[in-house]
Design a protein around this ligand. Structure first.
Ligand code: BGC
Length: 830
């Protein structure tokens, strides 16, 4: 049981932009040779950083390093030259599949009210089974009641553990056989949370959680990861995943922060569309793809208190500015289903918000799939939110607001209530038909009417050895080097290393929640052949060079059920022994962070790192030995003094089962990091500001300004990148003209590496006080030492818009500034 009840105008570059020459390099990578351009663009900004070269990354006097061989970069080698180019191609909705409308109407005509309401009902697997964990068995009588008598249209979840493929085939097969025995033989749609891989299928390929995927800034890699996830989910006979999470991570306390693509709506929108395209493919009925579910629509991620499922206050213009774009883009990309915000905004629970569920989702965005509630959320309208006195009334309110399917999921109340409501005339038959039409459409498009049974031929697709390098690449590219004083990293392999800290030897921390069980806390289910950070370091430099002393632990409460208990109890183990070991080591790898958690069990009252870990860090740093701080965590825990004292800081997020290897590869220089932080890392528990705060918020009076620990978009490399020649196609644009922006980025260090080029726009004066800057484009390119690329972007008029006080997008004439890699240029919009 999951829980008990619970482009420039060509780019029209001005004359100085001679077309770049395309050349094939020896490694097969295309690169552009820069054409010389003598004239410099006008500058209007006085003392600001201008087109002087700007260098990011490590010092340029680095010791010579070997280039990374192309093979070490992983299977997804294509560069992202322009995020917009990727986005425009990925969002393209595939040609319409077969038109099923006649078949759907014919079916609807034959269906009784009971059969229709059955289709709108989703139950959890415990409602048709007995036993739990690996002993779960279908219960024939319960199955007959659900599918035969109630005509239930959907089943979800695990009870409580990830299952082997054969068990999934048996379970899903038995369910579909029961559906085939019903009068109209309507197949059941099974749904599951494939959050970071097919995490409820044993032996599947797991990837970094979304926050780590965001840190890669590599949507091509995101897409590929979801192709693998979809294929492994479908191989289990399951055609529907409750992912991606498209909530925006602007509240770091929220226990689902790691499930998001971070704080920026543009980065999240590009990654979200990549996710959907990878998962759904261009033909969702194919045996390699599944339907996605955009969740949790919308505003769920921004509770004022930081606690899960507590109130948020978000004015509609902000909702549209920050929280809607990911959903709008993914709907355009053709996503088949949407799951609702399980909390409330402005006093209105997500599940009764007709404005959001119908006016915006259907009328504005044109969403054609179906909307599923979240877990028990119609009941919660009564017993949590208290906007309805009875469950029957709650059912009416939710269905009339736009819920098409209810994740009830543990009784038959929804069906009984809805049938009564239609009979009484309080819910019109037309609303039922509308919901059922949408559900049947998705079932037809998934090919379930052609063949609902799990396909034994797909069994060989789970956990393929060739999928693992993609997972390792994702973990590698997510690694974000936040500090590297005096090039402490990469470490030499001939040193004595102390590995310490509660996340050093833990696959649980590397994965976090939604891993084999809901809270990720069941150690026995983790693969034995994947190295933790400690083990990967031992293998790399020899066990004789490594001392491991945990110092502290993070455990699950003893005797507590592994499924619904987070791994969050911290305790000291042997801090004194760790400090002693540090004194005889050359360097300390201090692995701190979090255990595993999600949803409400992951609530915390304070972002400050647990006390045992603070004590351990203090004792280690007091030895004066060089410290590399590795953070394995799903949200930014406050580490100010620890990070300030450390020589290097590597942010690992929750990188999945290949994460131990990825961390070790970066620490010892076998992989050159390229990750960039997808959120602002706060320095203090109350210093919660995003990068796109208003410019006036920087004012300090020496104490109160914007002073995060680490900034959004930050991330070092073992090489250096120099930016030059930022040019705009025009200084003044009008009407619908595009603005071309180009910049040259050069690998000015001695080692090959990838750089994320970030383009920000600042609206200097606006009718609603403007953000200081907003991310509008990015690129991620691989550059050999000494190689230069000129990248060209095209900003469209809509990129200069914001949501005005009337909740509509508005573009206001005036001055704007473009910033890339520390270079700035201004233009005027007429
Ligand atoms: C979560 C959803 C999840 C659903 C089914 C809910 O509690 O909020 O994200 O998809 O459970 O497991």
């Amino acid at each position: 049981m999951k829980r008990a009840a619970l482009t420039l105008a060509a780019v029209a570059l001005s004359a100085c932009f001679a077309l770049p020459l395309l050349k094939a390099s020896t490694t097969g990578i295309l690169y552009e040779q820069r054409a010389a351009c003598a004239s410099s663009a006008n500058k209007r900004d006085g003392d600001e950083a201008t087109n002087a070269n700007y260098v990011s990354g490590a010092r340029s006097d680095d010791p010579p390093e070997q280039s990374i061989p192309a093979d070490d970069r992983g299977p997804v080698t294509s560069d992202i030259n322009d995020s917009d180019e990727f986005f425009q191609s990925a969002i393209r909705t595939p040609a319409p599949a077969r038109d099923h409308s006649k078949a759907i109407e014919a079916l609807l005509k034959q269906m009784t009210l009971e059969e229709k309401v059955g289709q709108m009902t989703q139950l959890q697997i415990g409602m048709i089974s007995t036993g739990k964990d690996q002993n779960i068995r279908i219960d024939a009588a319960k199955l007959e009641k659900a599918i035969g008598r109630y005509g239930v249209g959907s089943i979800l979840n695990v009870q409580d553990q990830a299952l082997p493929l054969d068990r999934w085939h048996d379970i899903v097969g038995r369910i579909q056989e029961a559906a085939q025995r019903t009068r109209l033989k309507i197949p059941v749609i099974y749904g599951i949370d494939s959050i970071h891989g097919a995490n409820y299928v044993q032996g599947s390929t797991l990837f970094p959680q979304e926050i780590g995927m965001a840190a890669t800034w590599n949507p091509e890699l995101m897409k590929r990861a979801e192709e693998i996830t979809a294929s492994e989910t479908r191989a289990a006979g399951i055609p529907w995943s409750f992912s991606p999470v498209l909530d925006i991570g602007r509240q770091p306390l929220w226990p689902r922060f790691y499930e998001t693509f971070g704080e920026d709506p543009y980065l999240a929108k590009v990654m979200g569309v990549a996710f959907v395209r990878g998962m759904e493919g261009t033909d969702v009925s194919s045996p390699d793809h599944v339907a996605s579910c955009l969740k949790h629509y919308m505003g769920y991620s921004f509770p004022l208190s930081g606690r899960d499922r507590t109130p948020a206050w978000i004015p509609e213009n902000d909702l549209r500015e920050y929280f809607l774009p990911t959903f709008a883009a993914a709907v355009k990309a053709g996503a088949h289903t949407v799951m609702v915000n399980s909390a409330e905004i402005n006093g209105i629970p997500g599940h009764v918000n007709r404005h959001i569920l119908t006016d915006i989702l259907r009328d504005e965005l044109g969403f054609k799939g179906f909307v599923v509630s979240d877990w028990e959320d119609i009941k919660k309208l009564v017993n949590v939110w208290r906007v309805a006195a009875t469950e029957k009334d709650a059912t009416r309110m939710a269905v009339m607001a736009g819920i098409d399917m209810s994740m009830v999921p543990s009784d038959y109340s929804f069906s009984d209530n809805l049938i009564a409501l239609v009979k009484e005339g309080t819910v019109p038959q037309s609303r039922i038909d509308e919901a059922v039409r949408r559900i049947l459409k998705v079932k037809f498009e998934l090919g379930l009417f052609d063949n609902p049974m799990p396909n034994p031929a797909l069994k060989s697709k789970v956990g393929l050895p060739e999928s693992r390098p993609t997972s390792l690449q994702a973990a590698h590219e997510s690694m974000t080097l936040l500090k590297n004083t005096n090039n402490l990293l990469p470490l030499s392999k001939n040193q004595k290393v102390l590995v310490t800290g509660p996340t050093a030897d833990s696959l649980i921390s590397l994965n976090n929640g939604w891993t084999y069980v809901w809270q990720g806390s069941e150690e026995s289910l983790y693969p034995k052949d994947r190295p933790t950070i400690r083990r990967a370091i031992e293998t790399k430099i020899g066990a004789a060079n490594v001392t491991y002393v945990p110092g502290t632990t993070i455990m699950r409460r003893q005797g507590s059920p592994s499924n619904n208990t987070p791994t969050n109890l911290e305790a000291e183990v042997d801090i004194a022994a760790a400090a002693r070991a540090a004194r005889s080591a050359d360097v300390v790898v201090l692995c701190l962070g979090e255990g595993s958690y999600t949803e409400t069990p992951g609530n915390i009252p304070d972002l400050t790192l647990g006390e045992p870990q603070r004590k351990l860090a203090e004792a280690i740093e007091a030895t004066g030995k060089p410290v590399v701080l590795v953070l394995v965590e799903g949200r930014p825990r406050i580490v100010n003094q620890i990070a300030d004292a450390a020589g290097a800081v590597l942010m690992a997020y929750n990188p999945g089962n290949e994460g131990g290897q990825a961390v070790a590869d970066v620490l010892f220089g076998d992989f050159n990091p390229s990750g960039k932080l997808p959120f602002t890392y706060p320095r203090t528990p109350n210093g919660l500001m995003t990068y796109d705060h208003k410019a006036f918020e920087n004012e300090t009076f020496d104490n109160a300004g914007f002073s995060p620990q680490f900034e959004f978009g930050q991330g070092l490399s073992f090489t250096t990148f120099a930016y030059s020649d930022l040019r705009l196609s025009d200084k003044t644009i009008s009407g619908n003209a595009d603005l071309g922006v180009s910049v040259t980025v050069t690998n000015s260090g001695r080692r090959a590496g990838k750089e994320v080029v970030q383009l920000y726009v600042s609206d200097l004066v606006a009718s609603l006080s403007p953000a200081g800057k907003r991310l509008k484009r990015f690129a991620k390119v691989y550059l050999e030492s000494g190689q230069s690329r000129t990248l060209t972007f095209k900003l469209r008029r809509e990129d200069l818009s914001f949501i005005g006080a009337d909740n509509r997008a508005v573009v206001e004439p005036g001055d704007f500034e473009v910033t890339i890699g520390g270079l700035k240029e201004r233009f005027t919009l007429k």
